[in-house]
Ligand binder design. Structure first.
Ligand SMILES: [Zn+2]
Length: 284
């Protein structure tokens, strides 16, 4: 069994402190799912796993429902944040990266049961008339995307080819974000407002972030998410909102602690590790 130091620190150190500080400032959780499937990921450390079993996903949605959360899209959550008025319900944004077809078969029926919407980020080169594979898993087809869109599921861009954008030239980045947006809009017949950065976000490179933010804004995006751990707040960049990663390892207590903000501390070691890695690259 994995030693989950992040779980222990979250439940026994961060959670009591978060409870004491709660109510001071409004923030909202954006959950980051990838695949809803029973895949065995025991070879990778729990922190890096991306599959959530259907049974656990159903439990998590039931928890959100019974605790008064209402699932909304990013624009609605940001409007709430900007309005400063007290909220009638607790907003949560449920996101899925990579456009896997198990969203259609496993996640959507559960979401529907609770009347929850979700936002699915598509790497458009992997969405076809027939199922195409990304990282060894089948992706949604355009027919499924259209059907889901008609039932209130929101679609965002996850680029065309899912590249490491940080390694591309500005013209290539622009192509990835403009073309994927246009393709999805043509297929579903409505505007695409949201973008999800593929892979780990280069959070220590301010010049890159500024360039990407300008490109996203010019392309017509209104908001976006990335892999920085945390919850959305008035300190967040609306184009690079923090998220809470979820997978099969998230038992009820850890899931609840993440929603409460007790997992936000992970952002600090996450930033330090990235900084150390980029320094090592520059040195060698
Ligand atoms: Zn991805």
């Amino acid at each position: 069994m994995d030693l989950r130091l992040d779980r222990l620190a979250t439940l026994y150190l961060a959670l009591p402190l978060t409870r004491r500080a709660s109510g001071r400032e409004f923030s909202f959780p954006i959950l980051m799912y990838h695949s809803v499937s029973e895949e065995d990921e025991s070879r990778s450390h729990a922190y890096f796993r991306t599959c959530t079993s259907r049974a656990l996903f159903a439990e998590q949605m039931s928890h959100l429902h019974s605790h008064g959360y209402s699932a909304c899209n990013l624009a609605q959550a940001l409007d709430d944040l900007g309005s400063g008025r007290p909220l009638a319900t607790k907003p949560v944004v449920i996101t899925f990266d990579d456009g896997y077809t198990d969203f259609y078969r496993q996640a959507f029926p559960v979401l529907r049961q609770y009347g929850f919407s979700a936002t699915v980020f598509l790497p458009t080169a992997y969405i076809g008339e027939r199922p195409l594979q990304f990282k060894g898993r089948d992706c949604l087809t355009w027919a499924e995307v259209r059907e889901l869109s008609e039932h209130g599921i929101v679609f965002g861009s996850h680029t065309v080819n899912h590249p490491q954008l940080h390694e591309l030239r500005a013209a290539e980045i622009k192509e990835e974000i403009v073309s994927s947006k246009r393709t999805i809009e043509d297929r579903i017949g409505s505007a695409v407002d949201s973008f999800a950065y593929p892979f780990a976000f280069p959070q220590n490179d301010a010049a890159f972030q500024s360039m990407l933010r300008d490109l996203l804004r010019t392309a017509g995006y209104r908001n976006g998410v990335c892999t920085i751990v945390g919850r959305g707040s008035r300190h967040s960049d609306p184009f690079f909102l923090e998220r809470l990663p979820v997978n099969s390892w998230d038992d009820a207590r850890l899931f609840e602690a993440k929603l409460a903000g007790a997992y936000d501390w992970i952002a600090t070691p996450q930033r330090l590790v990235k900084m150390a890695k980029s320094r090592a690259i520059h040195l060698w």
